[in-house]
Design a binder for this molecule. Structure first.
Ligand code: NDP
Length: 459
């Protein structure tokens, strides 16, 4: 399964007033198609708010919101186990801190570049606003490829990465977490190096920590569980529930695994998982214990899962997981993995709900197909916000030196996902677009950030 290449400009839906703003974003950020796509998708939905709030136009709120507060690019030298020197590039885009310290994950993947980090940080700003908590938006990462690297190599890379990044972080300034290629192992190495350089045991500087040293129960599960809880709320709003539904999930990383687990707990039948090599269809439903064993303990591939699972599962090399008929689709791998053709196939096969566990996994044309077909479509900035919300709960526990139980953390997550759903749903209704979660999420997130920026003056 390969991610579709993004298109640079999709702006048929932009109002005349916002065309020049978008043109300036294109001019100022050349060669960053994912960032253009993310900005365009938000701007397309903001015309009704600006009509109602002309003071936002006078204060150039949209122009300011599209420009990151700070962008950091740095060299990351490290040695592999044979002593060979490698040079990677590190990034941290501190996009918006009107609502709180910059907050957002780190991604280690060879595809990472400034445009990808910028798109993720922009999305994160609105997502974090939707949680209702005091967290700003940021994102970072490196073009480092962790696949096939030993623990010692990963540690040396993380130490070198943090040796530059530490000076930009702090519990009141910027608080990174994990993302693709960064899980609790990497957060551990990063935290260790931060502690060593600063001589401070500052738990609130990173989230996704181990449970024995400041991590929160349910953080590992939060993004996947949250995306399924959001899906359940969307189905409820249209008089259905998840029980007995056929579900197709893409990806087999953190978000995918815990989406599968929660969907199964709520009585759904999950048929698939995937990685960048291909996908697995399991007629008996994915065996979550076997998937965790293969992916989390052995760092294997979904083809290994299929081999070990027996006759109910088959592995399809390449191909599109979206060809598998289902009621609910949960894209949970990476950006632009679900295009218009895939969306049309899903619609033809009768899909009722789609929720983005990943960030921007659906292309703009794919989103249009779902919206025109009346499919309940939960955009990533709402559907996958459970991860960062639980990170904010981790910061809260660290600040109060508290340790919550799994049940406490999961209860809070469920409340937050319900509140995010209701906020998107009500906002869409208020602006004359009932059932449009894309408009609801963009407008609700924008309003909160814009109000805070307006109140804080020209900064
Ligand atoms: P992981 O690294 O745990 O898993 C990523 C999964 O996506 C793997 O199955 C990987 O397959 C696949 N994948 C990655 N890149 C590509 C690509 N270019 N083409 C095809 N498949 C790809 O990451 P997460 O599960 O943490 O993140 C998945 C998505 O969810 C990302 O979009 C991330 O930004 C988003 N997200 C994550 C949050 C979290 O808490 N972890 C929070 C909110 C959003 P392979 O192993 O073959 O590369």
């Amino acid at each position: 399964m390969m991610a579709t290449q993004p298109r640079a400009t999709q702006h048929e839906g932009l109002s005349t007033m916002l065309e020049p703003v978008y043109a300036e974003v294109l001019r100022r950020n050349p060669g960053e198609p994912e960032f253009h796509q993310a900005v365009c998708e938000v701007l397309e939905t903001l015309a009704p708010v600006l009509a109602a709030r002309p003071e936002f136009i006078d204060a150039k709120l949209i122009e300011r919101i599209c420009e990151p507060e700070r962008q950091i690019i740095f060299r990351v030298p490290w040695t592999d186990d044979s002593g060979t020197v490698h040079i990677n590039r590190g990034f941290r885009v501190e996009f918006n801190s009107a609502l709180g310290p910059f907050k957002g994950g780190l991604r280690f993947h060879p595809s990472v570049n400034l445009g990808i980090v910028k798109f993720l940080a922009f999305e994160q700003t609105f997502k974090n606003a939707l949680t209702g908590m005091n967290i700003g938006g940021g994102k970072g990462g490196s073009d480092f490829d962790p696949k096939g690297r030993s623990d010692a190599e990963i540690m040396r890379f993380c130490q070198s990465f943090m040796t530059e990044l530490y000076r930009h972080l702090g519990e009141h300034t910027d608080v990174p977490a994990g993302d693709i290629g960064v899980s609790s192992r990497e957060i551990g190495f990063l935290f260790g190096q931060y502690r060593r350089i600063t001589n401070r045991w500052e738990a609130g500087v990173l989230t996704g920590k181990g449970l024995d040293w400041g991590g929160s129960q349910a953080r590992t599960q939060a993004t996947g569980y949250g995306s399924v809880l959001f899906t359940a709320e969307m189905l409820k709003a249209s008089g259905e529930d998840l029980h007995g539904q056929q579900v197709v999930v893409s990806g087999s990383g953190n978000v995918a695994i815990y989406s599968i687990e929660k969907a199964q707990q709520l009585g759904a039948n999950v048929l698939t998982c995937s990685d960048s090599g291909g996908y697995v269809v399991d007629d008996k439903g994915i065996d979550i214990d076997l998937l965790k064993q293969v992916k989390e303990n052995e760092r294997g591939r979904v083809s290994d899962y299929a081999e070990r699972r027996g006759s109910s599962a088959r592995y399809v090399a390449g191909g599109s997981v979206w060809d598998v008929p289902c009621d609910v689709a949960l894209p949970s791998a990476t950006q632009n993995e679900l295009d218009a053709d895939a969306a049309s196939t899903l619609v033809r096969n009768g899909v009722k709900a789609v929720a983005e566990g990943a960030n921007m996994p659906t292309t703009p044309e794919g989103v249009r197909v779902f919206r025109q077909a009346g499919v309940a479509f939960g955009p990533g900035k709402a559907a996958n916000a459970g991860g960062v919300a639980t990170s904010a709960l981790e910061m809260q526990q660290n600040a109060g030196r508290e340790i919550w139980s799994f049940e406490q953390a999961e209860d809070r997550l469920a409340q937050i996902m319900r509140a995010i759903h209701d906020s998107c749903y009500r906002t869409a209704e208020r602006y004359g677009a009932p059932g449009d979660y894309v408009a609801g999420a963009n407008i609700a997130g924008f309003e909160r950030v814009a109000e805070a920026m307006a109140a804080q003056g020209l900064i």
